[in-house]
Design a binder for this molecule. Sequence first.
Ligand code: PCA
Length: 212
Amino acid sequence: MKTVLVTGFEPFGGELRNPSQEIARALDGRVIAGRRVVGAVLPCVFGASIAELNKLLREHRPSLVLCLGQAGGRAEITPERVAINVDDARLADNAGAQPLDRPIVRGGPAAYWSTLPIKAIVRALQRRGVLVAVSQTAGTFVCNHVFYGLMHALRRRRGVRGGFIHVPFVPEQATRGQPSLPLATMTEAVALAVETALTTRRDARLPGGRES
Ligand code: PCA
């Protein structure tokens, strides 16, 4: 059976949990639209995260790749539109590195678009009553780093779609009144995003973006 790779990240920045890794683990082994999900967790480390992702791509040869990360403070599930070629960390990664203004791929293009049908995903999740919006920036920390590394790796693999979705905190992390969503809601939302990406050829056209 063909596979779909779904990755999450280990906790970072002093958090004890990262919902993205819990979603990836929850979906591991699930069959969606005739594909088996391989759920994996990436280190929140510049360099090593892309190396691990490339290893997973070689190992599983997935027909779709969806990387997930936590965006504490956001209220919505946010499919990302674009990955940019820069690391500019506002805090140290889990190995203590804090790169500033550094290209991810020297000589690489400034940016790669997501090849997921991001607006169709917004529409599908809205129909389920889930808070969702397109995000115009994945930031410049390890999530954008992995997103760019993914799209760079897929640039010559015709027909293999890939992209990135940020998810909010789970309620237990939102100790200072930040927005959050239950883990089960986010897991099913990501499963629906995978199904939508597998079954939608042309993206929908509708407004549905955030300013940032
Ligand atoms: N979120 C961070 C990195 C890992 C994660 O889950 C980010 O948004 O860059």
